[in-house]
Design a protein around this ligand. Structure first.
Ligand SMILES: *Cc1c(COP(=O)(O)O)cnc(C)c1O
Length: 519
């Protein structure tokens, strides 16, 4: 389908776009600023800038076009099914966006006197109450800014609780299938990390875990449903055994979408769990600045939860508790995770999502997410190895492996082939317990027609991978930049644009991208 080359490099509506520094020099400016009066004084005390600022000088329309053109080369949840497993890339309802943009929420300042932002504090409080009842946990910290940040918050509370009883436990146990953030969090908080093996079903090996428990184990960190897409049926037994051995239980709640409204982690013996609002509660990933990863706590950990938090006073008004006080219930706080109270834009969106679904709607979210994932698993298990298909129904994500691929083809080649079919690839090579893992999460809002289209595309690419079709080796064929050297990009990233050396004058005519220097 290669046509003749075009002089512009554009392909119909697919527009080429150079780097912003290549579009505009750094010596021009896109805005007119009034000349400061000659000899006029300023209050910079001699710190005036003496050199050009070095930013590209584009006008407003040029700037808008540049970023709009780049955005068209992106894949997004608003364009199509986004099968990234573990990440729950779900539709962001437009109602949430409308609510988040109400000026009373969008424009309030974190240092505004609390009596002027009672409504905003009320939103934080009400969302916190929902998270507590949905998880069956008595306390919540709203300030952490992401799942990984929430993990750190939970582990710091666990550390504070252990220190408070003079217990110098050193080891945190994580299953082999854990998300990389779990061991990283434990190590960051000063713990040694040890693996818990999985059994043949893809779940935590209870006997191996129990055998390792002892006076040196501070906590376990277990994802439920786990990253193999399976519910940890022994969770209650695990939690009881860990507690009996004097340890604490951290649950990675990133997969809460599969069980929200159906299972309360508090009933399973969890002491701390983060909730990724951008996964389960439909807020955009990273939209409007940092995300939000509230953490719920058990009775045992509640006294150690971080500041600040919102408290409702007897007269119904809201108060932001900023300082430790002698009062029993927040005297032992481990400190702060962030400067302020958390991400207001995410709180308003998440609460709008919860209230528009209601308790019954949230339960249906989990059921539909699980149904859609099982539809994908059962529709593809004849062409793709499905290592845990024998372990029962999957939860909200389906896990495949690369067994049976021919001609030296790998999961990476299949994923690149999927790009040619117009889909963002699934999560690859995670979890580590499956060779060439492919973790597919459709989420609950995909229609059957959209699932069928994805299944048709993945089935076709999977059949080509099994047949050893070597054209997959050079896929994607239709993406603007073809296949990139991802190892080089990760190991030797070029993050700053440099002016090309003055000697390498651009030849007449439009230089090709590779000829443009300084990248
Ligand atoms: C997404 C995810 C995390 C980390 O959450 P972030 O919000 O991306 O920091 C941790 N564990 C699991 C299983 C996840 O899927």
């Amino acid at each position: 389908m290669e046509g003749p080359p075009t002089v512009t490099g554009n392909r119909a509506l697919m527009l080429e776009e150079p780097l912003i520094f290549e579009l505009a020099g750094t010596t021009t400016t896109g805005v007119d600023l009034p000349q400061s009066a000659a000899g006029g004084s300023n209050r910079l005390g001699g710190f005036e800038r003496s050199e050009p600022i070095g930013l590209p000088g584009l006008s407003e329309p040029e700037t808008v076009r540049h970023y709009t053109r780049l955005s068209r080369q992106n894949y997004a949840i608003d364009l199509g099914l986004f099968p990234l497993g573990s990440c729950t890339m779900k539709h962001n309802p437009r109602l949430n966006e409308k609510v988040a943009r109400l000026p009373g929420f969008a424009d309030c300042h974190p240092l505004a006197p609390t009596q002027t932002v009672q409504g905003a504090l009320g939103v934080i409080h009400e969302l916190g109450e929902w998270l507590k009842s949905l998880t069956g946990m008595p306390a919540v910290a709203m300030s952490p800014k992401a799942g990984a940040h929430g993990e750190l918050c939970g582990i710091l509370a666990i550390r504070a609780a252990l220190e408070a009883r003079g217990d110098a436990r050193k080891v945190v146990l994580c299953p082999e299938s854990a998300h990389g953030t779990n061991p990283a969090t434990a190590a960051f908080a000063g713990y040694e990390v040890e693996d818990i093996p999985a059994n043949a079903d893809g779940r935590v090996d209870f006997d191996a875990l129990e055998a390792r428990l002892g006076p040196d184990i501070a906590a376990v960190m277990i994802t439920n449903p786990n990253t193999c897409g399976l519910f940890e049926r022994d969770f209650r037994r695990i939690a009881d055994a860990v507690h009996a051995a004097g340890g604490l239980v951290y649950c990675d709640g990133a997969n809460f979408n599969a069980i929200v409204g159906r299972v309360r982690p508090g009933d399973l013996g969890v002491d701390a769990m983060h909730i990724n609002l951008h996964k389960t509660f439909s807020t955009p990933h990273g939209g409007g600045g940092p995300g939000s990863g509230p953490v719920v706590f058990s009775e045992a950990l509640a006294p150690f939860a971080p500041l600040p938090f919102v408290e409702q006073l007897e007269d119904g008004s809201f108060h932001l508790v900023e300082e430790e006080t002698a009062q029993e219930h927040h005297a032992s706080t481990f400190g702060r995770m962030t400067a302020f109270h958390g991400q207001m834009g995410m709180f308003t969106r998440a609460l709008a999502y919860i209230l528009s679904h209601g308790a019954d709607g949230l339960k249906q979210v989990a059921e539909d997410a699980v149904l859609n994932a099982n539809y994908i698993l059962r529709s593809l298990e004849d062409v793709l190895a499905a290592p845990f298909a024998h372990s029962g129904h999957c939860m909200h994500e389906a896990l495949f492996g690369d067994e049976g691929f021919g001609g030296g083809l790998t999961t990476l080649d299949l994923a690149k082939g999927l790009i040619d079919e117009g889909f963002h690839p699934m999560t690859m090579y995670f979890p580590l317990v499956v060779h060439g893992a492919m973790l597919v999460e459709p989420t609950e809002t995909e229609s059957k027609a959209s699932l069928d289209q994805f299944i048709t595309a993945l089935r076709s690419v999977a059949q080509r991978a099994k047949a050893g079709d070597q054209t997959l080796k050079s896929a994607p064929h239709y993406a603007p930049r073809r296949r990139l050297d991802e190892t080089q990009a990760a190991r030797k990233p070029v993050l700053a644009w440099q002016d090309p050396p003055a000697t390498s004058q651009a030849p007449a005519g439009t230089p090709s991208r590779s000829e443009r220097g300084g990248r």
